[in-house]
Ligand binder design. Structure first.
Ligand SMILES: [Mg+2]
Length: 402
């Protein structure tokens, strides 16, 4: 160790356990404790995720579904519900953000958190990790494994060692004991090619790779070899890097057959507003502005934008503007595509939290809770009740801003 700048940091690597499969088991209690394979088609599909109950049978993600079912015929096979996983992911990341803004997402269910600055308030890395695990469990019912260390490499290795549903702290003398027997390919940054080159010269474990000098590694792998020299010793100074701030978020919908009915259009607009506001609130964001987009049957596209007097993330306020803007820009129906965006996003804490605005927001939040609990069918705003199967939705994509 002995690198002071490094030993000052506290990094958490948080990784949800069997994420897609766990969300399915959470949403459908009858699947809990059972082997679950997410990936759709029984004969042609690929396993995108499998629950821990399926793993003793040798099932792994990436395996052909047909093979997985040979190994574990009693498994439940479910389609991938990406939008649902994204919603749960946003809720989980919102919980992560209660600990720190210095958060770097690695995937939909995995992130680094630099909690160095939270220690005085929340305790040491282990205490923070335990609190976070409990919070995620309480709020979502899901398990997150946590690795705690003073850098990203070790934190990621630690969370993998902690799975399932565990926490591992890697510090002090433990680091060496942990690293030395590891296969070299476990070191984050050692890809298949690098691993193969090392295997060719008889190097399989970290302990063996340690016998290679910095110069030898440099001659084998160039600049990457120098970094590898450090990584093999558990040294990793890479900072936790939050992604660039999101400028806007929105939802759009393309209709299979062009929409001609004004009431139906308004219902679809309301659906989009519900979706956009929910996403904004889950991330504790609000829009200083909004944009409405309409594409007509002849593929011409019209947009209207607005700047609000104070940031908006509640459906009634967004609809007050969008509902009026809609007839303004689609005098010639039919409509092919409808899109609604919140722009110029800002943290929700800057909202005016009093009076009518707060009441509206609480109403929306209550609906969010129902929605999280029962899924979209639980949403029963009166004007949505009339929504029948007559409007087929071909596409229901989110745009993640510019
Ligand atoms: Mg995971």
């Amino acid at each position: 160790m002995g690198d002071d700048s490094r030993s000052e940091r506290v990094i958490l690597h948080c990784d949800m356990d069997a994420f897609y499969a766990s969300v399915e088991q959470q949403d459908r209690p009858e699947l809990r404790g059972r082997p679950v394979l997410v990936g759709g088609h029984r004969r042609r599909g690929v396993v995108c995720a499998c629950s821990y109950e399926a793993r003793p049978f040798g099932v792994r993600s990436g395996m052909a579904m047909a093979k997985a079912l040979q190994l574990c015929p009693q498994a439940a096979v479910l389609p991938v519900r990406m939008e649902r996983y994204r919603q749960v992911s946003e809720a989980v990341f919102a919980l992560f953000r209660q600990f720190t803004d210095r958060l770097e997402p690695l995937s939909i269910d995995e992130a680094f958190l630099d909690v160095t600055a939270c220690r005085r308030l929340l305790g040491d890395g282990e205490t923070i990790g335990a609190t976070l695990r409990r919070l995620v469990r309480e709020r979502t019912g899901l398990a997150v494994s946590v690795g705690v260390a003073d850098n990203k490499l070790l934190a990621k290795l630690a969370s993998a060692a902690a799975k399932p549903d565990g926490m591992r702290v890697l510090a002090g003398d433990e680091v060496e004991t942990f690293l030395l027997p590891l296969p070299v390919e476990r070191i984050w940054g050692v890809g298949p090619k690098t691993a193969e080159a090392l295997h060719r010269i008889g190097v399989h474990r970290v302990a063996e790779a340690r016998s290679l000098s910095r110069r030898q590694l440099r001659s084998m792998f160039g600049v990457q070899g120098e970094r590898l020299y450090d990584l093999l010793r558990g040294i990793d100074n890479r900072p936790v890097q939050p992604p660039p701030e999101r400028k806007s978020l929105g939802a759009e919908e393309t209709f299979v057959s062009d929409l001609d009915d004004r009431r139906e259009l308004e219902r679809q607009l309301l659906r989009l507003a519900e979706k956009v506001c929910r996403r904004a609130r889950l991330q504790k964001l609000a829009g200083r502005g909004a944009t409405l987009k309409v594409r007509l049957a002849d593929f011409s596209t019209r947009t209207r934008s607005v700047t609000f007097t104070s940031p908006v993330n509640a459906v009634p306020e967004l609809m007050a503007w969008a509902g009026a803007a809609l007839p303004d820009i689609e005098p010639q129906r039919p409509v092919r595509l409808l899109g609604l965006y919140l722009n110029d996003l800002t943290p929700e804490s800057q909202l005016d939290l009093f009076g009518e605005r707060e009441r509206l927001r609480r109403l929306d939040e209550a609906r969010d809770r129902i929605w999280r609990r029962f899924g979209e069918k639980g949403l029963t705003r009166a004007s949505l009740l009339g929504l029948d199967g007559s409007v087929q939705r071909r596409q229901d994509g989110f745009e993640d801003g510019e």
